[in-house]
Design a binder for this molecule. Sequence first.
Ligand code: ZN
Length: 341
Amino acid sequence: MFETAIAGSLPKPGWLSETQKLWPQWKLQGEELLQAKRDATLLWIKAQEDAGLDIVGDGEQARQHFVHGFVEQVDGIDFEHKVTMGIRDNRYDAQVPQVVGPLRLKGRVHAMEAQLARAHTKKKLKFTLPGPMTIVDTVADRYYGDKVKMAFAFAELLNQEALALQADGVDIIQFDEPAFNVYMQDAADWGVKALERAALGLTCTTAVHICYGYGIQANNDWKEKLGQEWRQYERVFPALAKSSIDQVSLECFHSHVPMDLMKLLDGKDVMVGVIDVASDVVETPEQVADTIGQALQFVPKNRLFPCTNCGLAPMSREVAEGKLRALAAGAALARSRYGGA
Ligand code: ZN
């Protein structure tokens, strides 16, 4: 009961890349960089286990950014000539690569870190990939001229990598779709279908993470404008409840999401965000257990997975480690509080 996991990313050590940045520059090259990525992956597997998490991940140590890590391994993309583009409905500008031809995988994308993580933990292993709609929102299209067509092209490639990750021994494959909270109608109309295409044929557990973004200034400013009640999930959850995806990861603690929206996910596992990623204040186990207790009004015990609101990539290592421990300790407290029949 209350198996804990993180949304996905963790801070990169200072010897691997710049720190506390969303698009950090690597500090090494070639074989040295590869070795440093491996070392950082192992370090975080150990740290998650030591903190007491039940489900662990690679912490996204081998990719610069959660979308670009995948896109870099796709043919038909000009990664050298990035352009500035407003993303997430122009919430902030990003340097994005351009799609210039038909999309095709160059080969495996995440084999190294998935196989390494699998070889070094007996815990359940979760692996994250960007969702098709979020990828489409993070690249400049110079070829397809049709968002939906391009999303399904990416979904096919994601599916190839996801099936390979499953063969590597990954237990849970999670697609990150923050764009679902921005383009709610598109998400309901075709985003969920593209996601299902990406997950086609998977027999491992499948998940989708939908959040209000990393704790960066542009996101914090955007959240200020969303008003007293954040009801974005209300438009997407019904489509997800009918989908083939097993688990949904959502933002909860310190957000203005009405908790009763979780009821719309009846029949799904719910990864409830009990750790705020926009604040350096480390939650107490009591706060975590309280949030779990509140969510229990809307999600059955056996379907509730305490999680972080989003990735921890832009935080300091010290704060992130504190938050991992708070997550595990809070879930343990919740088990003793609410574990009885
Ligand atoms: Zn997120």
